[in-house]
Design a protein around this ligand. Structure first.
Ligand code: FAD
Length: 504
């Protein structure tokens, strides 16, 4: 295969047009091609620019002419002869990818996940969405696949890392579309990612990885040097050589257990806010490059005394109840592969610096409970954006997609004076960028679980700074945010163990 860059095709072009453009460049017929990258050039007449791998007869001739031969990087780990055991606590993206990699390398892997397998979890989540009966152990945050299972499953990250292809290849091998390899802002959708994760788990079970669903880890077994040498659960105790901690940001009792056992952690900055929702047709029409499909998304940033930004946008999605604790309200966004709800939602968040709170977990839980106490139910709090700007309350300009209903609430009560001023400046700025953003939109919230308020610090070998053989990873440890970055962090931890901490 040879690698060709900079192949340009009009945005309404199809696969045949791309093939023709490749053949024109090579001045030859080709056998096949595979897209590696596709990006939009909207500077003049919008174009798609492709990088492709091409199978062409007499490849050497083109290499002599200066074309690049494609040699895939070997990213699979070499199998090693080991009888070491790795325990993985939490089976979100960081847990899944570390489990997959360590198992592939020959380690004995045991996974503990407090939530259930996907089929049962989907039933529990759907029951909650329909009836308001929440299972604190099986919900949007907890269970097979972790927090990203009920999501838009956007695979975006700003991180540049050679293992991104390794992650995408695994998703594709287990059922994702090839498009995720090259599409900008690729997403899988909750319906598809559930199937993919389920298939990866089935594969690992068939390969001999031991899974304990519905069995939360309740303690670490520590030796006299404060090294983690095993874990306890209600069912028993288990020894291990390495313990990977991928607990996400929502398991309060797990953080408390770790704190009690003396694992070092510190508070970190967070962000809070709410979801905004607009009719998707309004967002599509208001984007400057409305000609192209990517127009259905927006990314908004406002730099005032504090940052305010849009986060985790779900075009064609719904706002969902994402709480894991009873008597609390937390919103988030989710979409199906078709992204066809007719509404766009995105979090709008304002930074909260760690100096502004004593205990981040307690602070966030108090906001979530305050929302519940006002609503007296799992109905989310909601307000027209225009009313938020003026401190008024009127019926919503449209009904939210949030499945449990909403109650009107003045979000001016939710923030301190300083944050309110910054948030309103931000909305005026967003309204200049997308005219009508204020009048056409509603707020649904609160949104409090966009990142962990805690960092479980690790050293250069990726072990906890004061509890060796314990490897904090992913979002809950403060080393990732989002599916891709947490998956990458899981791989990083697996590599640290594989390479005996030498080359990470
Ligand atoms: C509704 C929603 C939508 C999202 N949408 C996107 C998106 O589109 N794109 C994106 O990139 N990111 C998205 N995210 C964020 C992304 O899902 C997370 O950043 C990512 O899942 C974090 O991965 P993780 O492995 O660190 O932890 P998690 O995925 O949070 O998994 C942690 C797991 O650990 C388990 N656990 C906790 N304590 C214990 C214990 N004591 N014993 C055993 N198990 C335990 C939990 O049950 C959980 O399953 C979304 C999140 C939510 C909630």
């Amino acid at each position: 295969m040879i690698l060709l860059n900079d192949i340009k095709v009009p945005i309404d072009g199809d696969q045949e047009d791309l093939k023709r453009a490749i053949e024109k460049k090579l001045k030859a017929s080709i056998r096949s091609y595979m897209i590696r990258k596709k990006s939009l050039d909207a500077r003049k007449d919008p174009l798609y620019v492709y990088s492709v791998l091409v199978d062409v007869k007499d490849e050497e001739k083109y290499i002599r002419k200066g074309y690049q031969k494609y040699i895939p990087e070997q990213l699979e780990p070499d199998r090693i002869d080991t009888d070491e055991t790795c325990i993985i606590i939490g089976y979100g993206p960081s847990g899944l990818f570390s489990a997959y990699r360590l198992h592939s390398a020959g380690y004995k892997v045991i996974v503990f996940e407090k939530g259930k397998r996907i089929e049962e979890r989907v039933r529990d989540v759907e029951t909650f969405f329909q009836t308001g009966i929440l299972d604190p152990e099986s919900n949007v945050q907890f269970g097979e696949g972790g927090a990203g299972t009920f999501s838009d499953a956007k695979l975006t990250t700003r991180i540049k890392d050679r293992y991104i292809d390794y992650i995408l290849d695994l998703f594709i091998r287990f059922g994702a579309s090839e498009r995720i390899r090259y599409e900008n802002h690729a997403h899988i959708g909750t319906d598809e990612i559930r199937k993919i994760i389920g298939s990866i788990t089935d594969h690992l079970i068939a390969e001999g990885v031991s899974f304990h669903f519905g069995e939360p880890v309740t303690g670490l077994i520590l030796n006299e040097m404060h090294e983690a040498i095993g874990v306890t659960t209600k069912q028993g105790s288990y020894d291990a050589d390495h313990i990977l901690l991928g607990i996400g940001h929502s398991a309060q009792e797990t953080y408390e257990m770790l704190k009690k056992q003396g694992v070092f952690m510190e508070k970190k900055d967070i962000a809070i806010g709410f979801r905004v929702e607009h009719p998707q047709s309004f967002i599509d029409a208001r984007q400057t490059d409305a000609l192209v499909k990517e127009a259905n998304e927006y990314f908004l940033r406002y730099k005032g005394e504090k940052g305010v930004y849009s986060f985790c946008m779900c075009p064609g999605g719904i706002v969902i109840p994402a709480m894991s604790d009873r008597n609390s309200i937390v919103t988030n966004g989710m979409s199906y592969a078709a992204r066809d709800s007719g509404y766009a939602n995105s979090a709008i968040l304002i930074q909260v610096f760690k100096e502004e709170f004593e205990d981040g977990l307690a602070y966030l839980r108090s906001l979530e409970k305050e929302a519940y106490d006002y609503s007296r139910s799992y109905q989310a709090l909601a307000q027209n954006i225009g009313d938020f700007m003026n401190g008024e309350l009127h019926p919503l300009v449209f009904e939210s997609t949030y499945p449990l209903g909403t109650v009107l609430y003045d979000f001016n009560r939710f923030f301190n004076e300083k944050d309110l001023t910054i948030l309103k400046e931000a909305f005026r700025d967003f309204d200049r960028k997308i005219p009508g953003f204020i009048d056409k939109g509603i707020i649904v919230g609160p949104e409090t679980r966009s990142s962990s308020p805690i960092r479980i610090n690790r050293d250069q070998t990726c072990q906890s700074v004061n509890t060796k053989r314990l490897y904090p990873m992913g979002e809950g440890a403060g080393y990732g945010g989002g599916i891709m970055s947490c998956a990458l962090d899981g791989i990083r931890i697996a590599n640290a163990i594989l390479w005996k901490h030498e080359q990470i």
